[in-house]
Design a protein. Sequence first.
Length: 460
Amino acid sequence: MPNKTTYTKIAAKIIFITMLVTLIAAYMYGEYMKRDAITNLAHVDAKKTSMLVFETLYSAMQRGWNKDDLEEIIARLNSVDSQMKVNVYRSERVVQLFGEIEKDKIARETDKNIAKAITGEEILNISDAEMIEYYYPVIAKENCLKCHINVKSGDVLGVIDVSYPIDNLKVPLTEMINFFIVFIVLFSIVIYLSIFIELNQYLIKPIKNFSNMIKNITASQDMRKRIEVNDNIEEIDSIKDVFNSMLDSIEHQFYFDSLTGLENRRRLTEKLEEGKNIFLIIINIDAFQEINDLYGDPAGDLILKEFAQFLKELMIDNEGLYRLHSDEFAHVCNSGMDMDEFKIFVSFISEKIAQKSFKIDEKSEVSLSATMGISYGSEMLLINADVALKLAKKTKKNYLIYDETMAMTKEYEKNFDWTKRLKKAIEEDKIVPVFQPIVDTKTEKIVKYEALMRMMDDHG
């Protein structure tokens, strides 16, 4: 059998997974934002630095300084910050006018980034060691053409290579991104805790309470109990109404007779268990099976329905009437009558039944008679009334009121004992069929068999 879970666990699992996915997405997006911001800021910062280097060198060149003077300026720039490196490489057109520098030649031939930058493309590299390497192509302008007579405006005169660490740029940006991630984490936790509390309050807890009430009803086996919830939740109220309607339907089937609509034997038994001093009348229609045999079951059912309605009209306050089975009804009377008044009431019922005719169709109608068994008190009322009914039928009386002198009690107990013995024999497979041959006296041949049943008990 698979392990069962609970809505609390399901809700917690969904919230945990959702929050985890959210945090991972926030972290990845934060890292992406940080990397993108560093790249953009590094590019702007490196370009500004390269332009400052160029302007410094340009000012020196306007004064007529030679390449050794320029190398000295570059060396001084590199001494300002030990972590920053500045290099300047001249293009071939500048070499044609002012001569070659060996390191420039090697760099142009071996360094792909310098060779690419000389074509006019800005190159930005951020290495794994988190160093910025920026290659800035120096583009010839109109005022450059005075000295660089072999170039035109827009040609590349050289490349300025600037490299420095991004620590100063990264730290404040990392702090900002980390703050963003922490904020997302805390915000997500608060949101999901709020969702969980709301789910628990308005979904999980009401369903759990609903389930507990159902278990209580099932354990008590009291079909009269109903689900009561006060959660002010429309869906839970709808489920409650549907469930209570189902209980109403089950209770009706459990306690009411489907044909006549009267309460049944089960309801009568619960009523008698209250232990009050009452009169109980069992009313049995005489020879009702003959009506079923003669007119059919549908006609019999119609008469039973009319008979039930007729009895309801005779009873005080139209209450306390039950259908026990088939052609047998019961009435509980607790209206405060004494025995003499009650006998008059029973005689009245018997006379009214005898005087009543029940139509089967337009051409046929039948008159009924009934035998009644009556008991009084607070204990064994149903058994005693049944004993009185059997004795009344046996003695052809309209009704009898049970008293302890009725010999029928012993016969009832004997029948009850035989019922138990038969039930036990069936359960233990002790019913044995016996076949006895029947012989034709003229031909002396077996013509048939008589089937008999024998019960084996503890005595064999």
